[in-house]
Design a binder for this molecule. Sequence first.
Ligand code: MF3
Ligand code: CO
Ligand code: CO
Length: 290
Amino acid sequence: MPPDPSASATTMSILIKTADEIERMRVAGRLASEVLDYITPFVVPGVTTETLDTLCHDYMVDVQGCIPAPLNYAPPGYTPYPKSICTSINHQVCHGIPAPKALKKGDIVNLDITVIKDGFHGDSSRMFIVGDASILARRLCQITLECLWIGIAEVRPGARLGDIGHAIQQHAEKAGFSVVREFCGHGIGRSFHEEPQVTHYGEAGTGVELREGMIFTIEPMINAGKAAISGLPDGWTIVTRDRSLSAQWEHTLLVTAEGAEVLTYSAAAPAAPAWLADRPVVFPSYPPLP
Ligand code: MF3
Ligand code: CO
Ligand code: CO
């Protein structure tokens, strides 16, 4: 969602999750990631994003016993979102609406999954390269994934939100890419979008101080060209103004006593980079789900 200019450190009320809520967020996070694992083999040339939506919807509802959070989601000023997942192709930045249009070789597509399980939300997205793609497209997807992990590596009690945004912005701009400003990561829990707003740009040492028990997403949207975006008449789809490619990856994170726990993880989730092993970032160990 767009950053709210009226939000500030002094007006924010960021929920600190209880042990019980954290346990439920672990389950929701794992389930969101498992939807992405499930859909991966279907993301091939010729499949329509509407088919991907139907497959994910049925998996969430019938297999996982989840509610797809996007379906009919209607924050203030928006019409109800008509589908169960977001599918953002090529120059689409985010919130692309699944449609009866086939993916083609060379496309890059973001699939963004948010489930509600037992009252709590898990939110994660990944990029998929359809068939193969240009060197630029592949590099954009890779740098954007690095931006996500670089942001995650900043998460620990006492760090500030600006540390995360700054680290992400540095990495994206060093690569010659730009950071979308109008949409950001967000607190998450019983609500899909809650405080704080996690911008993917900023100044180190500024902004809200992180505390153990906070849960929020990091979800950088990085453009190959300029940062400017516009919205399509469908009321949801966001595209780059210059029609350059855009990529996004998203995880839901818990602030732990030491650093961060990646809640949206599962068996087939892309591995963290090797350098992250030196950082206080942990992954849940999953008992079998009932
Ligand atoms: N999953 C998106 C996010 O990461 C929000 C999608 S809202 C929808 O915040 F209505 F478009 F699904
Ligand atoms: Co999100
Ligand atoms: Co999302």
